[in-house]
Design a protein around this ligand. Structure first.
Ligand code: ZN
Length: 384
């Protein structure tokens, strides 16, 4: 499978930004994990998101076009253009298009290509990580669709320092290690010649500034773990194992980057009466021998009340009837699956005298030489 970002989005190499965004929207709709039946949907969604992110960022696209897919990915792995979180909506905050702070690999590669020096401290905004949680539903809830409240313990931007990691009145000092650049450059001699390696300054973490105090609440992290109560609309027809995405409910981004997403894996419990197969339901309904013989109208349960079903004359045990549109709703589409009702003819395990006599006569009338005596049905029963 091709990985090339242009191929992933299905656009030409000279596509405009609008065309790229449009192509991404189409892919996102197709592969959004809570819409798609494709088991690889999440992976494809991520790829499309990544491709859009790179190709709509002028600098990154230029680098991508110059380097080609593989080298671009390697460069990204080496340093991470944006720390690895997908879809860092980064960019706007930087003044110098080739400068920027201590992101690592990306600026590093840029220096090699364009020779520009990084200038100005501060780090690029980075999107926060995606977080995962799970919810369990019963089949009725999956049938109706449901709004669910749940709690997650997740990293949240520290409210005491507003994510900065230090009190607002802390004394600031230019980092002496990087001279406020946020990154340090090392020159190395390699078999390929002199290589310039630029990395984030360890002392100040790329800020270019050291502060006299750290925030007591978050210990300088800028984020704390907190329990939050959230509410999610679970659409009718959701299937076991599908994932819902709540945008922006993941971990907070750093340097004012956007939050990651919260992925909710939904499991749907088995039902005591109905077995689900895709959007169809299967149900077993008991009928009596006379009902099977003469035909009857029986009441069959569905997830939405009972319905009447005609059992035709001469129905065999195990025969299946389809009740159209009585199955599960189709996720985010019109219509429903079907309900398949398999009838089981129940053999009586006890008879009163009248029934026994009638059945003996039935057998005789059909020419069967059945010696029925006391205990016959008991023996039949015990032979099973
Ligand atoms: Zn704090």
């Amino acid at each position: 499978m091709t990985e090339d970002f242009y191929d992933v989005l299905g656009v030409s190499r000279d596509a405009s930004e609008d065309e790229i965004k449009q192509a991404y929207r189409e892919k996102a709709t197709e592969y959004h994990p809570d819409v798609s039946d494709d088991p690889d949907a999440e992976e494809k969604f991520k790829k499309a998101k990544k491709a859009k992110e790179v190709l709509t960022d002028e600098e990154k696209r230029q680098a991508y076009d110059q380097m080609g897919h593989e080298r671009f990915e390697q460069a990204e792995k080496r340093g991470g253009f944006d720390g690895g979180g997908p879809g860092a909506g980064a960019g706007g905050a930087r003044g110098n298009p080739f400068g920027g702070g201590g992101g690592g690999g990306f600026e590093d590669i840029f220096e090699q290509f364009f020779g520009g020096g990084g200038s100005g401290g501060g780090s690029r905004p980075r999107q926060g990580q995606d977080l995962r949680t799970s919810l369990q539903l019963d089949l009725e809830e999956a049938y109706e669709g449901v709004e669910r409240e749940f709690t997650v313990t997740r990293p949240t931007r520290c409210s005491d320092c507003d994510g900065a990691g230090h009190p607002p009145d802390a004394d600031a000092e230019t980092c002496p290690n990087c001279d406020g650049q946020g990154q340090v450059t090392q020159v190395q001699q390699t078999p390929f010649g002199r290589m310039q390696q630029t990395g984030t300054c360890r002392r100040c973490g790329g800020d270019g500034t050291l502060y006299s105090e750290t925030c007591d609440t978050c210990g300088g992290e800028g984020q704390v773990r907190e329990e939050s109560t959230l509410s999610v609309d679970i659409p009718a027809g959701i299937r076991d194992g599908q994932t819902l995405r709540m945008e922006g409910e993941g971990a907070p981004g750093s340097n004012r980057g956007p939050n990651g997403d919260l992925l909710i894996e939904v499991s749907v419990a088995d039902h005591s009466d109905f077995e689900r197969e895709g959007d169809d339901l299967h149900y077993q309904h008991p009928i009596s021998f006379p009902q099977a013989t003469f035909g009857d109208t029986v009441e069959v349960p569905t997830l939405d009340g009972t319905v009447e079903m005609d059992v035709p004359e001469g129905t065999q045990s195990g025969e299946t009837f389809r009740l159209k549109n009585k199955g599960m709703p189709r996720l985010r589409r019109r219509g429903r699956g079907d309900l398949y009702v398999q009838v089981q003819v129940v053999t009586p395990d006890s008879l009163n005298d009248e029934q026994r006599e009638a059945l003996e006569q039935f057998a005789e009338a059909g020419g069967e030489e059945v010696e029925v005596n006391e205990g016959f049905f008991e023996r039949i029963k015990s032979s099973f």
